[in-house]
Ligand binder design. Structure first.
Ligand code: ZN
Length: 478
């Protein structure tokens, strides 16, 4: 079991200053988002309504190389998915190359961390808009949050960058207005601003976060250091609906309309495939296993739910009447509430694994509560029952984290490291060889190979007399 007790003072200062910087921004993955003096964000999108949605996740669970990335793959919008994949893969490859070399840092001291989370801005009519938020703690104090919005025009079948919301002929006017507004802000450096916005080659990188407010205004967000001194944090400029409309491209006008008055459904031209339904096995009665008298094991599956992996796993578990614990990630729960409902209905335990998988020990108490409370609310909305357990991402927990929540932390005795090895045989062999009575085993149901290992694990351990119980059941009867 690993516990973090020391918080590096410089990194803590960075986290705090980033939080202060975020508080004026528009990033929904941060607390304090929503209403600001510059207008409210557009209505929240319910991703569970997006047919065939796949959240592509890649997480480590290792404190010496902590990363968690996610982006949505929406059927029909392949070009936009490819753009997000390209950006995420590049950042992750850079991070792994620089930060995750053996011996490059120790778990005792907080080192680098990469987190890329997503939020839907628009998913209705023929418009799809997504923001990716990248929190990179791999460099020095100047690093931090960067955001980018991605757009898809279902009418023409085209991926669009943020600047695609602005008509070609209006870009100079738009940029002039932007510069005029920013020049008045404290901390903006004229030469930095000119370099970022005058050269069209730099402009696309700097003006890469555009989104609409619920009243049709256009909000432009700049990352720390992009147009001003890093200490000033992020900048956000919001233009009124009337001002913005004059600059918008035809697509921009449709995106604006969908932000204010979303259609009931999204149609970006995907060939319709019947939605896969979640397995419907129901638990038969209470679990009467007494782990004092018989050998128990608590298998735990983190980072999901994922489609179709979690469905497949539920089917395997039902075949052996095995009960397990799922530590779910909030941004995946809202994408697949039907899977979380199916987990609970089948008698499994659903626990909380934060909203987007950050190292909680690096967050403020307010941010920790936001990560856990938002996820508990999503689980309760899906299952009717709030969780009582949480698993801290990377196993990183300290006194501040436990003080911030009433949820009980759950670590593990057996780490399969299944996220490192896409090899079902190896995952099964690891669990079977390492497990002993009343252990808690860590696995991940976002990986097809981990799910594929489960029938062999259930078969062999059942033959050896093990009973598969939830973490709460193990705790109650151990
Ligand atoms: Zn995890």
């Amino acid at each position: 079991m690993r516990k973090f007790t020391a918080v590096h003072p410089i990194l803590l200062a960075t986290a705090l200053s980033l939080m202060a910087a975020c508080s004026s921004g528009t990033v929904a993955s941060q607390p304090g988002e929503g209403s600001s003096a510059t207008g409210s964000a557009a209505a929240t999108v319910d991703p569970s309504k997006i047919s065939g949605l796949d959240i592509v996740s890649d997480n480590s669970e290792q404190s010496s190389c902590p990363y968690a990335t996610s982006y949505p793959a929406v059927p029909g919008a392949a070009a936009m998915t490819a753009a997000m994949k390209h950006d995420v893969d590049r950042r992750l490859a850079e991070f792994r190359a620089s930060a995750c070399q053996p011996g490059s840092n120790s778990a005792a001291e907080q080192g680098p961390e990469l987190n890329i989370s997503h939020e839907f801005l628009v998913a209705s009519g023929d418009v799809l808009g997504v923001r990716l938020s990248t929190q990179d703690r791999s460099t020095s104090v100047g690093d931090g949050l960067s955001t980018r919005t991605y757009w898809y025009d279902g009418k023409t079948g085209t991926y669009r960058t943020a600047l695609g919301l602005i008509a070609d002929g209006s870009r100079d006017a738009f940029v002039s207005a932007l510069k005029k507004e920013l020049r008045r802000r404290e901390g903006v450096v004229a030469s930095t601003l000119d370099a970022a916005l005058d050269d069209p080659a730099n402009r696309a990188a700097a003006v890469d976060d555009l989104a609409f407010t619920s009243d049709g205004g256009l909000r432009v967000s700049f990352d720390r250091g992009e147009v001003g001194v890093p200490a000033a944090g992020r900048y956000t400029v919001t233009f009124s609906e009337k001002t913005a409309t004059a600059w918008l491209s035809a697509f921009g006008k449709r995106a604006q309309r969908q932000s204010v008055h979303p259609d009931a459904h999204l149609d970006v031209g995907a060939t319709s495939t019947p939605a896969e339904s979640a397995p419907a096995q129901a638990a038969v009665g209470d679990d009467n296993t007494d782990c004092k008298k018989v050998k128990c094991v608590a298998l735990t599956f983190d980072d999901g739910p994922a489609a179709p992996e979690t469905s497949t796993l539920l089917t395997y578990l039902a075949q052996y009447k095995a009960r397990v614990t799922f530590f779910t990630v909030g941004q995946n729960v809202v994408a697949h509430p039907d899977l979380v409902r199916a987990e609970a209905k089948a008698g499994h335990e659903v626990g909380n694994h934060s909203w987007n998988h950050p190292d909680l020990t690096r967050l403020s108490t307010r941010e920790i509560r936001y990560q856990l409370n938002r996820t508990s609310a999503a689980i309760k909305a899906a299952t009717g029952k709030a969780p009582t357990l949480f698993r801290p991402p990377y196993g990183a927990v300290d006194a501040k984290v436990t003080a911030a929540t009433t949820l009980s932390p759950v670590l593990w005795n057996v780490d399969t490291e299944d996220w490192k090895y896409p090899d079902a045989k190896k995952v099964a062999a690891t669990v079977i060889s390492k497990v002993s009575r009343n252990d808690v085993v860590l696995m991940h149901d976002i990986h097809p190979t981990s799910v594929a290992a489960v029938p062999e694990i259930l078969r062999v351990l059942t033959a050896r007399g093990y009973h598969f119980v939830t973490v709460s059941h193990l705790r109650a009867t151990d």
